[in-house]
Design a protein around this ligand. Structure first.
Ligand code: BG6
Length: 466
């Protein structure tokens, strides 16, 4: 038997986002964001035609949900404020109902011993700002900073862990390269500008937070996908992996933690003449305002090899002009999401942060496994027996534990997610939660086997396995 004991005060919990959980009810004052708009104009894109207004109804069920968090051993929980709920127009007039809701929700968490971690931007651009260009437009950066400051003022007395963005590379790649988020363009020049504005907005929000003298910490949440070369002894494969890493990981990791952009990326942008518009002052702001803490979302690695296929320029340049994806024959796949399961990746990330990023305070802010049709695993008592999820978390936690033993500064583990929730184009296809949500029964919640198991882990601050 081996026992994996975690450091005292380890954060055990889960993550979600406002848009994916809250739902919209008539008269709640929420404005439209890009998901509401996209669903209106192209509902067929969403799995089974389920749109973002449905979600898990947390807006009305949050008290019940907080009790379920308690019952599943949460000592901390992350969600995001919906920008379009607080500011229906993105800026300007504030929605008092949103202020009341977030106050009550945050208070409820705290009253139940659950530390709220609050993120500001989780893919939910208010539509009036998107109409002016969204992250392409510098005006959005200003509106975001105003939104951020307002949140700090309203909730900063109680919220001690703030995050500026969740996975800022996702709006870049999915909105401007791979067409999975609105406005679904394929345009590397726009992608670069969007990424720059997001990085700048992060630094400006960090600056604003520090200037307000609040007694918490502020960070950013990044989805880090370690880039493994096909052959680590082949310099061409290695170069391909370095470039993929610069595009998808270091593009935000380096400015957020070190205050500068990767030189490989700058060189490529110069060569392609797609450097973003910026002011000299911006680079100083980014340099001077790095984060206190880093959230690491880890789902899958990225495997690459030197470019072998012809470059297709029909949509202009793309990151894939510099590498090809490598199909590792030994990979294990989660067939529902199509993502590789590679537990050691979580260890490699933490060791990289230890060695190359000043061992910054960090935690695993998302990790998880989306599975379709979990009703197959219902037992006689009506509980989903998701042993695969318990195994998935256990195997990742073993590597987190090893990294901590070797000096990584990892402070917690949050699962994606608490309740099954709505996911972007996939809607309710894949379920990730510790707690199931029955859409046919008005969102009835039932704790899954993994939720009961997680409570034992949280209470023991670790686990024992054979
Ligand atoms: C992360 C996001 O990328 O992964 C979540 O922060 C998302 O918002 C989660 O839901 C799981 O991915 P997906 O696409 O299967 O929902």
């Amino acid at each position: 038997m081996t026992t994996y004991q975690f450091p005292q005060g380890f954060w055990w919990g889960s993550a979600a986002s406002g848009l994916q959980t809250e739902g919209t009810i008539p008269g709640d004052g929420k404005g439209k964001n890009i998901w509401d708009h996209w669903y209106e104009i192209a509902p067929e894109k969403f799995f089974n035609g389920v749109g973002p207004e449905k979600t898990s109804q947390l807006y009305t069920k949050y008290k019940e949900d907080v009790q379920l968090m308690k019952e599943t051993g949460h000592n901390s929980f992350r969600t995001s404020i919906q920008w379009s709920r607080l500011f229906p127009e993105g800026t300007g007039e504030i929605n008092q109902q949103a202020v009341d809701f977030y106050n009550e929700y945050i208070n409820e968490l705290i009253a139940n011993g659950i530390e709220p971690f609050i993120n500001l931007y989780h893919f939910d651009m208010p539509m009036p700002l998107q109409e002016k260009g969204g992250w392409l437009d510098r005006g959005t950066v200003e509106a975001y900073v105003h939104y951020a400051k307002t949140c700090f003022q309203l909730f900063g007395d109680r919220v001690k862990h703030w995050f500026t963005h969740n996975e800022p590379i996702v709006p870049v790649e999915m909105g401007y390269l791979y067409q999975q988020h609105y406005p679904a363009e394929i345009n590397l020049e726009h992608a670069v500008q969007v990424g720059f504005h997001e990085a700048l907005s992060n630094a400006l929000a960090v600056k604003a937070y520090r200037e307000m003298g609040l007694d918490g910490e502020i960070g950013i949440i990044l989805n880090l996908t370690p880039s493994y070369p096909r052959d680590e002894n082949d310099p061409k494969d290695v170069k391909a992996s370095v470039i993929a890493d610069a595009f998808f990981n270091r593009s935000f990791l380096d400015p957020a933690v070190k205050g500068e952009f990767p030189k490989e990326l700058i060189e490529i942008c110069k060569e392609l003449e797609i450097l973003p518009d910026y002011q000299e002052e911006d680079l100083k702001t980014i340099k001077a305002n790095t984060v206190d803490v880093l959230g690491v979302n880890y789902y899958q690695p990225r495997r690459v090899k030197a470019k072998e296929t012809p470059i297709d320029h029909s949509n202009g340049p793309l990151p894939e002009d510099y590498f090809d994806y490598y199909d590792w024959p030994e990979k294990r796949i989660n067939p529902y999401r199509g993502w590789e399961i590679y537990e050691k990746g979580i260890y490699d990330i933490l060791i990289n942060l230890r060695d190359n990023y000043g061992n910054i305070r960090c935690y695993i802010s998302e990790n998880g496994m989306g599975v379709e049709d979990e009703q197959r695993f219902l037992n006689a008592e009506g509980m989903i027996e998701d042993d695969y999820r318990i195994e998935f978390v256990t195997e990742h936690l073993k590597y987190v534990h090893q990294a901590i033993q070797e000096g990584a500064n990892c402070l917690g583990y949050h699962m994606w997610t608490c309740m099954d929730n709505w996911s972007w184009l996939n809607a309710y296809k894949n379920r990730y939660g510790f707690i199931s949500v029955d859409l046919a029964e008005d969102g009835k919640r039932t704790i899954k086997k993994s939720g009961h198991w997680f409570k034992t882990v949280s209470e023991a601050n670790g686990f024992t396995v054979e």
